[in-house]
Ligand binder design. Structure first.
Ligand code: HEC
Ligand code: HEC
Length: 411
């Protein structure tokens, strides 16, 4: 090769280098390895039944003062440790609003506070009830709804989806709606939850939390009353003025629980016993055909088989409810954040593992998968209608496909 040509190649390589680096850095970072010993310690914490003044919480008051259950696994247990919860593990969320009727005749509701009515307390005077909430919130309209416990299998993969990949789903739906020739309002249009700090929400029924470790810290504080450096333990609205002596859990203990959840295997796809894989495959095609996959998108970024776009969709009045724990803080007016989720907006729940996660919907109102489909309203209405218009045999096949989306199988 001539010297000149070689020189030219070197120049090309030099020019191309920055481009290559740029293209490379746009790729999502490699998945982080799991810290096995932390996960082991985290499993013990996840299974541990906490008590008031628990020895694992030397600086704090242990469980409570208010709590929903004594351990994480008391709720997250269907299909294995870390799974979804049955209906009796539901959490009770409330919103308290001022309802006003303006001179224009329009009724307005302004949320004043939101949170949980905890199931239990360490002392009778801490015990929260709807009656006490009403009595201590004069002039406020109180609305209490339930939240079903979701499964945590595959949470590490959701945690590692990049913000960019979720925003790409939002743009794709805007594009699909824009290109619809007719009935564009029937094309689902979701929105990403932009939280303070320019992070994109992806955990929780309202997509209210950006990362797994944030959610774990919030769950410790709100489900079990275990305060930690980033999340104060839940206070009882029945009795003000109580403060814990210190943090119940260290950040290290919270990180261990996160590591345990990260170590949970992802859900699997496996035809149920006595079901032909041909029926499952026909069901999968119908799932796309009737429009389920518009929101329950099979893949996001590198994560295959998640069946969610991780976006909020307006599901209409019949699926309206507000309040949760770890609601995003009221944003600074200068921050670029999206409006908080409306009562009718829900994050598309990932359907992986759904076969082992009954009952369904945010409050567990649907006992079966068929009922869950029939409960879709708002942006889900066109797909629900298209489902009900399928031949009965096809409806069954679609449900068989959903029944192939299983919790990780014991080995
Ligand atoms: C009383 C039942 C209950 C207990 C106990 C409980 N959870 Fe949950 N968990 C829930 C509910 C309900 C949600 C959904 C909350 C929401 O989105 O508003 C949830 C959501 C989560 C999520 C987010 C999952 C997702 O995909 O959105 C994580 C992570 C989590 N819990 C971890 C924990 C950990 C860790 C503990 C123990 C410290 C715990 N949970 C204890 C009921 C429970
Ligand atoms: C517009 C977006 C959208 C479309 C289209 C859609 N879904 Fe959903 N789906 C959601 C949302 C959002 C929820 C949660 C709503 C709630 O809990 O109130 C949900 C919930 C579910 C659930 C319950 C999951 C759980 O963990 O409780 C199932 C099952 C389900 N959908 C299946 C389907 C099927 C099958 C179709 C097609 C016939 C479909 N969905 C179409 C957005 C959608």
């Amino acid at each position: 090769m001539s010297r000149q040509l070689l020189g030219g190649l070197a120049l090309c390589a030099a020019l191309a280098a920055p481009l290559t680096i740029k293209a490379f850095s746009a790729r999502p970072p490699a998945p982080k390895p799991i810290d096995v010993s932390a996960a082991e310690a985290g499993k013990a914490l996840f299974l541990h039944e906490f008590t008031a003044n628990d020895p694992l919480c030397p600086n704090g008051d242990g469980l409570g003062p208010v709590f929903n259950a004594k351990s994480c696994v008391a709720c997250h247990r269907q299909g294995g440790v870390g799974g979804s919860g049955p209906q009796d593990a539901n959490v009770h969320a409330f919103i308290a609003r001022i309802i006003t009727c303006g001179n224009d005749g329009i009724v307005r509701a302004n949320t004043q506070k939101s949170g949980l009515i905890h199931n239990a307390a360490t002392r009778p005077d801490f015990r929260e009830t709807e009656e006490i909430l009403k009595a201590t919130s004069p002039n406020l309209d109180i609305h209490v709804t339930e939240r079903k416990t979701p499964a945590l299998f595959g949470a590490k993969l959701i945690d590692e989806i990049t913000d960019r990949e979720i925003l790409a789903n939002e743009r794709a739906q805007q594009l699909r709606r824009g290109m619809a020739v007719e009935g564009s309002d029937r094309v689902p249009l979701g929105r990403a939850v932009r939280l303070v700090g320019n992070r994109i929400g992806r955990f929780g029924w309202k997509g209210q939390t950006a990362s797994l470790s944030d959610f774990v810290q919030a769950a410790c504080a709100n489900e079990l009353g275990l305060g930690n450096p980033n999340q104060a333990q839940a206070q009882s609205f029945a009795k003000a003025g109580y403060t814990a002596p210190g943090f119940d859990l260290s950040l290290e203990q919270c990180d261990q629980m996160t590591a345990f959840i990260q170590s949970l295997p992802r859900p699997e796809e496996l035809a149920p016993p006595d079901v032909s894989s041909a029926d499952v495959e026909r069901g999968r095609a119908l799932f796309s055909k009737v429009g389920c996959a518009e929101c329950h998108q099979p893949d996001v970024g590198r994560v295959t088989g998640i069946y969610s776009d991780l976006l909020l969709h307006d599901m209409g009045q019949t699926l309206s409810a507000g309040g949760s724990y770890n609601d995003p803080p009221i944003p600074d007016p200068d921050e670029f954040v999206s409006a908080p989720a409306k009562q009718s907006e829900w994050r598309t729940p990932p359907l992986w593992g759904v076969a082992d996660a009954a009952p369904y919907m945010h409050d567990g109102r649907a006992a079966t998968l068929e009922e869950a489909i029939r409960a879709h309203t708002g942006q889900g209405d066109p797909a629900r209608t298209a489902f009900t218009q399928l031949a009965l045999e096809e409806q069954k096949q679609l449900v068989l496909f959903l029944k192939s989306l299983r919790a990780p199988q014991p080995r």
